[in-house]
Ligand binder design. Structure first.
Ligand code: NAD
Ligand code: DAU
Length: 354
Protein backbone atom coordinates (compact mmCIF):
# COMPACT_ATOMS: atom_id res chain seq x y z
CA UNK A 1 0.00 0.00 0.00
CA UNK A 2 1.36 3.39 -1.03
CA UNK A 3 -0.30 5.74 1.41
CA UNK A 4 -0.16 9.52 1.82
CA UNK A 5 3.64 9.70 2.33
CA UNK A 6 4.59 10.98 -1.10
CA UNK A 7 4.97 14.72 -1.37
CA UNK A 8 6.66 15.12 -4.76
CA UNK A 9 5.13 13.54 -7.86
CA UNK A 10 6.28 13.91 -11.45
CA UNK A 11 3.44 13.49 -13.93
CA UNK A 12 4.80 13.07 -17.47
CA UNK A 13 2.59 14.16 -20.36
CA UNK A 14 0.64 16.42 -18.01
CA UNK A 15 -0.13 18.93 -20.77
CA UNK A 16 -1.91 16.31 -22.86
CA UNK A 17 -5.51 15.10 -22.78
CA UNK A 18 -5.57 12.59 -19.92
CA UNK A 19 -2.46 14.00 -18.22
CA UNK A 20 -4.05 17.43 -17.77
CA UNK A 21 -7.04 15.89 -15.97
CA UNK A 22 -4.70 13.89 -13.73
CA UNK A 23 -2.59 16.98 -12.95
CA UNK A 24 -5.71 19.03 -12.09
CA UNK A 25 -7.09 16.28 -9.84
CA UNK A 26 -3.82 15.88 -7.91
CA UNK A 27 -3.10 19.63 -7.63
CA UNK A 28 -6.56 20.38 -6.24
CA UNK A 29 -7.07 17.25 -4.13
CA UNK A 30 -3.60 17.14 -2.55
CA UNK A 31 -2.50 20.69 -1.68
CA UNK A 32 0.42 19.25 0.37
CA UNK A 33 1.88 17.43 -2.61
CA UNK A 34 4.31 18.99 -5.05
CA UNK A 35 2.97 18.17 -8.53
CA UNK A 36 5.51 18.49 -11.33
CA UNK A 37 4.22 18.40 -14.89
CA UNK A 38 7.06 17.12 -17.12
CA UNK A 39 6.09 17.63 -20.76
CA UNK A 40 7.89 18.32 -24.04
CA UNK A 41 4.87 20.18 -25.45
CA UNK A 42 4.60 18.26 -28.72
CA UNK A 43 1.65 18.97 -31.03
CA UNK A 44 -0.52 17.16 -28.45
CA UNK A 45 0.71 19.06 -25.38
CA UNK A 46 -1.07 22.29 -24.58
CA UNK A 47 -0.63 24.40 -21.46
CA UNK A 48 -4.03 26.00 -22.15
CA UNK A 49 -5.42 22.75 -20.74
CA UNK A 50 -4.14 23.80 -17.30
CA UNK A 51 -4.83 27.56 -17.24
CA UNK A 52 -7.18 27.25 -14.25
CA UNK A 53 -4.60 25.64 -11.94
CA UNK A 54 -1.26 26.92 -13.28
CA UNK A 55 -0.91 29.50 -10.51
CA UNK A 56 -1.43 26.97 -7.70
CA UNK A 57 1.53 27.00 -5.30
CA UNK A 58 1.92 23.19 -5.43
CA UNK A 59 2.07 23.05 -9.26
CA UNK A 60 5.31 23.16 -11.25
CA UNK A 61 5.80 22.89 -15.00
CA UNK A 62 9.04 21.60 -16.52
CA UNK A 63 9.44 21.62 -20.29
CA UNK A 64 11.46 18.44 -20.68
CA UNK A 65 11.77 15.61 -23.16
CA UNK A 66 11.83 11.99 -21.99
CA UNK A 67 14.11 11.26 -24.95
CA UNK A 68 16.75 13.36 -23.26
CA UNK A 69 18.19 11.70 -20.11
CA UNK A 70 19.73 15.05 -19.04
CA UNK A 71 16.27 16.63 -19.00
CA UNK A 72 14.95 13.83 -16.80
CA UNK A 73 17.97 14.02 -14.48
CA UNK A 74 17.47 17.75 -14.04
CA UNK A 75 13.86 17.20 -12.95
CA UNK A 76 14.83 14.39 -10.54
CA UNK A 77 17.63 16.50 -9.01
CA UNK A 78 15.41 19.57 -8.66
CA UNK A 79 12.33 17.94 -7.18
CA UNK A 80 13.54 14.60 -5.70
CA UNK A 81 10.28 12.92 -6.71
CA UNK A 82 9.09 9.86 -4.84
CA UNK A 83 6.35 9.14 -7.34
CA UNK A 84 6.22 9.05 -11.13
CA UNK A 85 2.95 8.84 -13.05
CA UNK A 86 4.01 8.27 -16.64
CA UNK A 87 1.57 9.35 -19.35
CA UNK A 88 3.87 11.02 -21.90
CA UNK A 89 3.54 9.21 -25.20
CA UNK A 90 2.73 9.40 -28.85
CA UNK A 91 -0.89 8.32 -28.59
CA UNK A 92 -2.60 8.28 -31.99
CA UNK A 93 -2.87 5.01 -33.92
CA UNK A 94 -3.20 6.66 -37.36
CA UNK A 95 -0.03 8.70 -36.80
CA UNK A 96 1.78 5.50 -35.76
CA UNK A 97 0.90 4.01 -39.14
CA UNK A 98 2.31 7.09 -40.88
CA UNK A 99 5.42 7.32 -38.72
CA UNK A 100 6.18 4.22 -36.58
CA UNK A 101 9.69 5.21 -35.45
CA UNK A 102 8.41 8.26 -33.55
CA UNK A 103 6.44 5.81 -31.43
CA UNK A 104 9.46 3.58 -30.80
CA UNK A 105 11.48 6.60 -29.68
CA UNK A 106 8.97 8.24 -27.35
CA UNK A 107 7.00 5.26 -26.08
CA UNK A 108 9.78 2.69 -25.77
CA UNK A 109 13.06 4.57 -25.41
CA UNK A 110 11.46 7.48 -23.53
CA UNK A 111 9.95 5.04 -21.02
CA UNK A 112 13.27 3.22 -20.57
CA UNK A 113 15.03 6.57 -20.00
CA UNK A 114 12.52 7.33 -17.26
CA UNK A 115 12.94 3.87 -15.71
CA UNK A 116 16.73 4.34 -15.72
CA UNK A 117 16.40 7.69 -13.96
CA UNK A 118 14.10 6.23 -11.29
CA UNK A 119 16.46 3.31 -10.79
CA UNK A 120 19.48 5.54 -10.50
CA UNK A 121 17.93 8.17 -8.22
CA UNK A 122 16.04 5.73 -6.00
CA UNK A 123 18.74 3.08 -5.75
CA UNK A 124 19.38 3.57 -2.07
CA UNK A 125 15.79 3.50 -1.00
CA UNK A 126 12.75 2.34 -2.92
CA UNK A 127 10.52 2.31 0.17
CA UNK A 128 7.48 4.56 -0.37
CA UNK A 129 8.47 5.10 -4.01
CA UNK A 130 6.19 4.35 -6.94
CA UNK A 131 6.70 4.21 -10.71
CA UNK A 132 3.22 4.13 -12.24
CA UNK A 133 3.00 3.47 -16.00
CA UNK A 134 -0.22 4.37 -17.83
CA UNK A 135 -0.96 1.97 -20.67
CA UNK A 136 -3.74 0.92 -22.98
CA UNK A 137 -6.08 -1.99 -23.68
CA UNK A 138 -4.74 -2.01 -27.27
CA UNK A 139 -1.75 -4.11 -26.12
CA UNK A 140 -4.12 -7.10 -25.93
CA UNK A 141 -4.98 -6.93 -29.66
CA UNK A 142 -8.50 -7.43 -30.98
CA UNK A 143 -11.52 -9.34 -29.66
CA UNK A 144 -14.19 -11.17 -31.69
CA UNK A 145 -17.90 -10.70 -31.02
CA UNK A 146 -17.64 -11.89 -27.40
CA UNK A 147 -15.27 -11.92 -24.43
CA UNK A 148 -13.27 -9.33 -22.50
CA UNK A 149 -9.63 -8.40 -21.92
CA UNK A 150 -8.52 -9.38 -18.41
CA UNK A 151 -5.17 -8.68 -16.73
CA UNK A 152 -3.95 -12.14 -17.84
CA UNK A 153 -4.92 -11.86 -21.52
CA UNK A 154 -1.82 -12.45 -23.68
CA UNK A 155 -0.36 -9.40 -25.39
CA UNK A 156 -1.01 -9.32 -29.17
CA UNK A 157 -0.57 -5.73 -30.39
CA UNK A 158 -1.54 -5.02 -34.01
CA UNK A 159 -0.55 -1.40 -34.67
CA UNK A 160 2.83 0.31 -34.33
CA UNK A 161 1.24 2.35 -31.51
CA UNK A 162 0.07 -0.69 -29.56
CA UNK A 163 3.33 -2.53 -30.24
CA UNK A 164 5.27 0.40 -28.77
CA UNK A 165 2.98 0.55 -25.72
CA UNK A 166 3.25 -3.24 -25.26
CA UNK A 167 7.03 -2.96 -25.42
CA UNK A 168 7.03 -0.17 -22.82
CA UNK A 169 4.82 -2.29 -20.53
CA UNK A 170 7.29 -5.16 -20.82
CA UNK A 171 10.20 -2.89 -19.91
CA UNK A 172 8.33 -1.54 -16.89
CA UNK A 173 7.54 -5.05 -15.73
CA UNK A 174 11.13 -6.18 -16.38
CA UNK A 175 12.58 -3.30 -14.31
CA UNK A 176 10.24 -4.37 -11.50
CA UNK A 177 11.51 -7.96 -11.64
CA UNK A 178 15.20 -7.31 -12.38
CA UNK A 179 15.91 -4.19 -10.35
CA UNK A 180 13.03 -4.40 -7.84
CA UNK A 181 11.73 -1.03 -8.94
CA UNK A 182 8.28 -0.54 -7.32
CA UNK A 183 6.28 -0.48 -10.56
CA UNK A 184 2.58 -0.63 -11.30
CA UNK A 185 0.74 -0.62 -14.66
CA UNK A 186 -2.83 0.12 -15.69
CA UNK A 187 -4.32 -0.68 -19.09
CA UNK A 188 -7.30 1.50 -19.93
CA UNK A 189 -9.93 1.57 -22.66
CA UNK A 190 -10.80 4.52 -24.95
CA UNK A 191 -11.13 7.82 -23.07
CA UNK A 192 -13.28 10.76 -24.11
CA UNK A 193 -14.00 14.17 -22.59
CA UNK A 194 -12.89 17.83 -22.56
CA UNK A 195 -9.41 18.71 -23.92
CA UNK A 196 -9.29 15.66 -26.23
CA UNK A 197 -7.16 16.48 -29.28
CA UNK A 198 -9.37 16.54 -32.42
CA UNK A 199 -7.45 13.83 -34.24
CA UNK A 200 -9.35 11.14 -32.28
CA UNK A 201 -12.85 9.99 -33.26
CA UNK A 202 -15.12 11.88 -30.84
CA UNK A 203 -13.48 15.35 -30.81
CA UNK A 204 -12.70 15.16 -34.55
CA UNK A 205 -16.35 14.47 -35.32
CA UNK A 206 -17.60 17.17 -32.91
CA UNK A 207 -15.28 19.69 -34.59
CA UNK A 208 -16.34 18.58 -38.08
CA UNK A 209 -20.05 18.83 -37.19
CA UNK A 210 -19.42 22.34 -35.83
CA UNK A 211 -17.82 23.18 -39.20
CA UNK A 212 -20.30 21.14 -41.31
CA UNK A 213 -17.45 19.00 -42.68
CA UNK A 214 -17.68 15.28 -43.67
CA UNK A 215 -17.51 12.69 -40.86
CA UNK A 216 -14.99 10.07 -42.12
CA UNK A 217 -16.12 6.66 -40.78
CA UNK A 218 -13.45 4.00 -41.41
CA UNK A 219 -14.45 0.76 -43.16
CA UNK A 220 -17.93 -0.59 -42.39
CA UNK A 221 -18.23 1.44 -39.16
CA UNK A 222 -18.92 -1.72 -37.14
CA UNK A 223 -15.71 -1.56 -35.09
CA UNK A 224 -16.37 -1.53 -31.35
CA UNK A 225 -14.71 0.49 -28.59
CA UNK A 226 -15.31 0.60 -24.82
CA UNK A 227 -15.58 4.30 -23.84
CA UNK A 228 -14.68 5.84 -20.48
CA UNK A 229 -15.07 9.47 -19.36
CA UNK A 230 -11.59 10.95 -18.82
CA UNK A 231 -12.37 12.17 -15.28
CA UNK A 232 -13.29 8.61 -14.31
CA UNK A 233 -9.91 7.46 -15.64
CA UNK A 234 -8.19 10.20 -13.61
CA UNK A 235 -10.06 9.04 -10.48
CA UNK A 236 -8.93 5.46 -11.15
CA UNK A 237 -5.31 6.66 -11.52
CA UNK A 238 -5.56 8.46 -8.15
CA UNK A 239 -6.87 5.27 -6.53
CA UNK A 240 -4.28 2.98 -8.08
CA UNK A 241 -1.44 5.40 -7.30
CA UNK A 242 -2.38 5.44 -3.60
CA UNK A 243 -3.88 1.99 -3.02
CA UNK A 244 -2.62 -0.30 -5.79
CA UNK A 245 -0.08 -3.04 -5.10
CA UNK A 246 3.48 -2.96 -6.44
CA UNK A 247 4.12 -5.18 -9.49
CA UNK A 248 0.39 -5.51 -10.21
CA UNK A 249 -1.54 -4.65 -13.36
CA UNK A 250 -5.10 -3.30 -13.29
CA UNK A 251 -7.46 -3.01 -16.26
CA UNK A 252 -9.67 0.09 -16.38
CA UNK A 253 -12.78 0.35 -18.55
CA UNK A 254 -16.33 1.58 -18.63
CA UNK A 255 -18.29 -1.61 -19.46
CA UNK A 256 -19.56 0.71 -22.19
CA UNK A 257 -19.21 -0.77 -25.66
CA UNK A 258 -20.32 1.11 -28.76
CA UNK A 259 -20.06 0.28 -32.42
CA UNK A 260 -18.52 3.33 -34.10
CA UNK A 261 -21.51 4.00 -36.33
CA UNK A 262 -23.98 3.86 -33.41
CA UNK A 263 -21.79 6.23 -31.42
CA UNK A 264 -21.51 8.61 -34.39
CA UNK A 265 -25.31 8.61 -34.83
CA UNK A 266 -25.81 9.38 -31.12
CA UNK A 267 -23.25 12.19 -31.40
CA UNK A 268 -25.06 13.59 -34.47
CA UNK A 269 -28.40 13.52 -32.62
CA UNK A 270 -27.00 15.30 -29.53
CA UNK A 271 -25.20 17.87 -31.70
CA UNK A 272 -28.37 18.61 -33.71
CA UNK A 273 -30.27 19.19 -30.45
CA UNK A 274 -27.58 21.44 -28.96
CA UNK A 275 -27.02 23.42 -32.18
CA UNK A 276 -30.76 23.79 -32.83
CA UNK A 277 -30.49 21.94 -36.15
CA UNK A 278 -33.34 19.87 -37.63
CA UNK A 279 -33.12 16.16 -36.67
CA UNK A 280 -30.97 14.28 -39.22
CA UNK A 281 -28.88 17.31 -40.26
CA UNK A 282 -25.51 16.07 -38.92
CA UNK A 283 -26.06 12.43 -40.00
CA UNK A 284 -25.98 13.63 -43.60
CA UNK A 285 -22.26 14.39 -43.07
CA UNK A 286 -21.41 10.70 -42.43
CA UNK A 287 -19.02 9.50 -45.15
CA UNK A 288 -17.61 5.98 -45.26
CA UNK A 289 -13.90 6.10 -46.12
CA UNK A 290 -11.01 3.66 -46.62
CA UNK A 291 -10.39 1.48 -43.56
CA UNK A 292 -7.48 1.89 -41.14
CA UNK A 293 -4.85 -0.81 -41.92
CA UNK A 294 -4.70 -3.48 -39.18
CA UNK A 295 -7.87 -2.03 -37.64
CA UNK A 296 -8.74 -3.87 -34.39
CA UNK A 297 -12.35 -5.09 -34.57
CA UNK A 298 -13.37 -4.87 -30.94
CA UNK A 299 -12.01 -3.84 -27.53
CA UNK A 300 -13.77 -4.57 -24.24
CA UNK A 301 -12.23 -4.37 -20.77
CA UNK A 302 -13.10 -6.57 -17.82
CA UNK A 303 -12.64 -4.07 -14.96
CA UNK A 304 -13.61 -6.52 -12.20
CA UNK A 305 -10.20 -6.50 -10.49
CA UNK A 306 -9.96 -2.74 -9.91
CA UNK A 307 -13.60 -2.64 -8.96
CA UNK A 308 -13.36 -5.52 -6.42
CA UNK A 309 -9.90 -4.79 -5.00
CA UNK A 310 -9.91 -0.99 -4.98
CA UNK A 311 -13.63 -0.13 -5.13
CA UNK A 312 -13.44 1.90 -8.38
CA UNK A 313 -16.38 2.39 -10.70
CA UNK A 314 -17.26 4.99 -13.35
CA UNK A 315 -19.28 7.95 -12.03
CA UNK A 316 -21.16 9.05 -15.16
CA UNK A 317 -23.20 7.31 -17.85
CA UNK A 318 -22.03 7.62 -21.45
CA UNK A 319 -24.93 9.92 -22.34
CA UNK A 320 -24.04 12.26 -19.42
CA UNK A 321 -20.32 12.24 -20.26
CA UNK A 322 -20.89 12.78 -23.96
CA UNK A 323 -23.31 15.64 -23.33
CA UNK A 324 -20.77 17.33 -20.98
CA UNK A 325 -18.04 16.78 -23.58
CA UNK A 326 -20.03 18.37 -26.41
CA UNK A 327 -20.92 21.33 -24.17
CA UNK A 328 -17.22 21.83 -23.40
CA UNK A 329 -16.28 21.96 -27.11
CA UNK A 330 -19.17 24.33 -27.89
CA UNK A 331 -17.94 26.63 -25.08
CA UNK A 332 -14.23 26.38 -25.98
CA UNK A 333 -14.10 27.37 -29.63
CA UNK A 334 -10.87 29.37 -29.07
CA UNK A 335 -9.14 26.24 -27.74
CA UNK A 336 -10.34 24.34 -30.81
CA UNK A 337 -9.20 27.13 -33.11
CA UNK A 338 -5.70 27.12 -31.57
CA UNK A 339 -5.18 23.36 -31.75
CA UNK A 340 -6.54 22.99 -35.28
CA UNK A 341 -4.29 25.64 -36.82
CA UNK A 342 -0.77 24.91 -38.08
CA UNK A 343 0.43 21.30 -37.95
CA UNK A 344 -3.12 19.94 -37.63
CA UNK A 345 -3.99 21.12 -41.14
CA UNK A 346 -1.07 19.20 -42.68
CA UNK A 347 -1.88 16.06 -40.68
CA UNK A 348 -5.56 16.25 -41.68
CA UNK A 349 -4.65 16.59 -45.36
CA UNK A 350 -2.22 13.65 -45.18
CA UNK A 351 -4.62 11.38 -43.29
CA UNK A 352 -7.93 12.15 -44.99
CA UNK A 353 -7.16 13.11 -48.58
CA UNK A 354 -6.05 9.56 -49.48
P1 NAD B 1 -1.94 12.92 -25.65
O1 NAD B 1 -1.38 12.61 -27.01
O2 NAD B 1 -3.13 13.78 -25.54
O3 NAD B 1 -0.80 13.58 -24.74
C1 NAD B 1 0.52 13.12 -24.72
C2 NAD B 1 1.36 14.13 -23.94
O4 NAD B 1 2.70 13.64 -23.88
C3 NAD B 1 1.43 15.51 -24.60
O5 NAD B 1 1.27 16.51 -23.63
C4 NAD B 1 2.82 15.57 -25.19
O6 NAD B 1 3.37 16.87 -25.27
C5 NAD B 1 3.59 14.68 -24.21
N1 NAD B 1 4.79 14.10 -24.82
C6 NAD B 1 4.86 13.42 -26.01
N2 NAD B 1 6.13 13.06 -26.27
C7 NAD B 1 6.88 13.50 -25.21
C8 NAD B 1 8.25 13.43 -24.89
N3 NAD B 1 9.12 12.84 -25.72
N4 NAD B 1 8.67 13.96 -23.72
C9 NAD B 1 7.80 14.55 -22.87
N5 NAD B 1 6.48 14.68 -23.15
C10 NAD B 1 6.03 14.15 -24.30
O7 NAD B 1 -2.17 11.50 -24.98
P2 NAD B 1 -3.38 10.98 -24.07
O8 NAD B 1 -4.49 10.55 -24.95
O9 NAD B 1 -3.63 11.93 -22.98
O10 NAD B 1 -2.72 9.64 -23.48
C11 NAD B 1 -1.89 9.72 -22.32
C12 NAD B 1 -1.39 8.31 -22.00
O11 NAD B 1 -2.50 7.46 -21.76
C13 NAD B 1 -0.58 7.68 -23.13
O12 NAD B 1 0.47 6.96 -22.55
C14 NAD B 1 -1.58 6.74 -23.80
O13 NAD B 1 -0.93 5.64 -24.37
C15 NAD B 1 -2.43 6.32 -22.61
N6 NAD B 1 -3.83 5.95 -22.93
C16 NAD B 1 -4.62 6.79 -23.67
C17 NAD B 1 -5.97 6.45 -23.89
C18 NAD B 1 -6.88 7.34 -24.68
O14 NAD B 1 -8.01 6.94 -24.98
N7 NAD B 1 -6.48 8.56 -25.03
C19 NAD B 1 -6.47 5.25 -23.37
C20 NAD B 1 -5.61 4.41 -22.64
C21 NAD B 1 -4.30 4.78 -22.39
O1 DAU C 1 -8.23 1.81 -26.50
C1 DAU C 1 -7.42 2.81 -25.98
C2 DAU C 1 -6.85 3.63 -27.11
O2 DAU C 1 -7.93 4.41 -27.62
C3 DAU C 1 -5.71 4.56 -26.68
O3 DAU C 1 -4.64 3.77 -26.25
C4 DAU C 1 -5.27 5.46 -27.84
O4 DAU C 1 -4.28 6.37 -27.38
C5 DAU C 1 -6.47 6.23 -28.32
O5 DAU C 1 -6.12 7.01 -29.45
C6 DAU C 1 -7.62 5.28 -28.69
O6 DAU C 1 -7.30 4.50 -29.89
P1 DAU C 1 -8.40 4.22 -31.03
O7 DAU C 1 -7.67 3.93 -32.28
O8 DAU C 1 -9.42 3.26 -30.57
O9 DAU C 1 -9.10 5.71 -31.06
P2 DAU C 1 -9.56 6.63 -32.27
O10 DAU C 1 -10.33 7.74 -31.68
O11 DAU C 1 -8.44 6.95 -33.19
O12 DAU C 1 -10.56 5.69 -33.07
C7 DAU C 1 -11.72 5.14 -32.45
C8 DAU C 1 -12.45 4.30 -33.50
O13 DAU C 1 -12.98 5.17 -34.51
C9 DAU C 1 -11.55 3.32 -34.23
O14 DAU C 1 -12.30 2.14 -34.51
C10 DAU C 1 -11.20 4.02 -35.53
C11 DAU C 1 -12.45 4.85 -35.81
N1 DAU C 1 -12.21 6.13 -36.53
C12 DAU C 1 -11.29 7.00 -36.03
C13 DAU C 1 -11.03 8.20 -36.66
C14 DAU C 1 -9.98 9.14 -36.12
C15 DAU C 1 -12.96 6.46 -37.66
O15 DAU C 1 -13.83 5.67 -38.09
N2 DAU C 1 -12.70 7.65 -38.28
C16 DAU C 1 -11.75 8.53 -37.84
O16 DAU C 1 -11.56 9.58 -38.50
Amino acid sequence: MYQQMSRSIVITGGAGFIGSHVVRLFVTKYPDYKIINLDALTYAGNLENLRDIERSSNYFFEKANILNPDDIDRVFLTYQPDGIIHLAAESHVDRSILSPLDFVYTNVIGTVNLLNAARQHWKNDVKEKRFYHISTDEVYGALGETGFFTETTAYAPNSPYSASKASSDHFVRAYGETYHLPVIITNCSNNYGPNHFPEKLIPLFINNIMNQKPLPVYGDGLYTRDWLFVKDHAAAIDLVFHKGKDHETYNIGGFNEWKNIDLVKLLCKLMDEKLGHAPGTSEKLITYVKDRPGHDRRYAIDATKISKELGWKPSVTFEQGLSQTIDWYLQNTEWLKHVTSGEYQQYYELQYSK
